[in-house]
Design a protein around this ligand. Structure first.
Ligand code: ZN
Ligand code: ZN
Length: 406
């Protein structure tokens, strides 16, 4: 028996007046999700707990069976892992922005004009810097984003952010909140200072200035996290696993849990993504793997943008993918379709509203629900579960779980 979890990122929502008080999922034409719901057991899922606003990272950890309150130490390690950096237990990782400061170090632009080109050259200049006995690994991500990994002895992770999340101020010095973290803060502050010295007159920035673009002349780290020790997914469940996901953060979680990463070139992580290509890659991967996690990012982006039309469209695109998967699914597969959290367009951020979830498989107790939507699933047989229940339910349906007791 093989297992699949399909996550439509941030799909959950609230009633929208412009949609006649339907949610985007309720308003979208989703014949395939509805057909799947008809053949499944449905319910609601609180990724972390009722009313708790989940991040994509903590929600995915929970859905994969890892209690985020025990293993989550910040998104830094996953972000760094997601762009292919080697992150080891004990490392301290940060998310970073390339930013623009003036000669007084006042921040003019937190994203350096959303710089797109040649950040790899800037990164090379910073990567491998040694400060005391700490090595600083630095790598660019998409656009103005980057990651920093500090590797050394006795580094604490209780450090405040350098990125103040606003312009017109000098970036604050990082503070260490305990003894080990004081060392981390010292190294971090030195790294930020050197980033200015090394980048300010870098050829890439000379060129940017000559074209009237803001220079990417400082690095602003934030969200420091200690790389946690986490049991590998394949050991925990004895399943050969892979993930087909679009964005770095979720890739980083997959990589950190030891899953293989299947890249789909047509998966852009944006609203223009090719969901059918993702569905095809998933069906193909079923030949090699026992477990596949698939995440499509579109609905979350539209939610953050406050764009209900884009959210409806992106859900309809995911419905096409669900249709392809359903048509081509081998018989011995159990599948769960859900969202990792709600991202209501009225909130433009994640909310604590539960999300719809369904379980499909050869022996599932099919219920009365015939439409996949936030309210329709409340008539379902699952009731209301938590993210941490998902893998238990899925492995049980697949007859793959272990008995507790005699
Ligand atoms: Zn998410
Ligand atoms: Zn989001």
């Amino acid at each position: 028996m093989k297992l699949i979890i399909l996550i439509s990122d941030g799909m959950g929502d609230r009633p929208i007046p412009e949609l006649k008080d339907k949610t985007p999922l309720e308003a979208a034409k989703t014949p395939n999700m509805d057909l799947l719901a008809k053949r499944s057991e449905c319910g609601l899922m609180d990724p972390l707990g009722p009313g708790i606003r989940a991040g994509s990272d903590t929600a995915h950890l929970a859905i994969l069976g890892y209690d985020p309150y025990k293993v989550y130490t910040g998104r830094g390690p996953f972000e760094a892992g997601g762009i292919g950096m080697d992150v080891r237990e004990g490392d301290i990782s940060f998310r970073c922005n390339f930013a623009t400061v003036d000669e007084k170090r006042i921040i003019l632009d937190r994203r350096a004009g959303r710089i797109k080109e040649r950040t790899d050259e800037l990164s090379t200049t910073l990567n491998g810097m040694k400060l005391e006995d700490v090595v600083c690994y630095f790598k660019e991500s998409t656009a103005h984003r980057a990651a920093l990994v500090l590797r050394g002895k006795n580094l604490g992770n209780k450090v405040t952010d350098v990125d103040p999340h606003k312009i017109g101020v000098v970036p604050p010095r990082a503070l260490g909140l305990d003894k080990e973290s004081k060392k981390t803060a010292e190294v971090l502050n030195e790294f930020v200072e050197r980033s200015y010295q090394l980048l300010n007159n870098h050829p890439v920035n000379k060129e940017r200035r000559s074209k009237g673009k803001p220079p990417a002349n400082i690095i602003l780290p934030r969200g420091g996290g200690l790389a946690p020790s986490i049991e590998k997914f394949s050991d925990k469940y004895n399943l050969k696993s892979a993930c087909i996901v679009e964005v770095g953060l979720i890739k980083g979680i997959g990589r950190y849990l030891g899953m293989d990463i299947i890249d789909v070139p047509q998966a852009t992580g944006g609203l223009d993504t090719d969901t059918l290509a993702i569905g095809k890659a998933l069906i193909k991967a079923l030949g090699n793997y026992d477990f596949i996690l698939c995440n499509v990012k579109g609905p979350d982006l539209a939610g953050h943008d406050g764009n209900y039309q884009a959210k409806v469209e992106s859900i309809e695109k995911i419905d096409l993918m669900v249709g392809y998967i359903l048509k081509n699914l081998p018989s011995q597969v159990c599948l769960s379709l859900t969202a990792d959290h709600s991202t209501p367009v009225s909130v433009k951020d994640h909310s604590g509203d539960p999300v719809p979830i369904l379980f499909f498989g050869p022996q599932v107790r099919v219920d009365e629900v015939d439409k996949f939507g936030e309210r329709a699933v409340t008539k379902g047989g699952l009731g209301r579960i938590r993210g941490l229940d998902v893998m238990n339910i899925l492995t049980n349906l697949g007859n793959l779980s272990e008995k507790f007791g005699a």
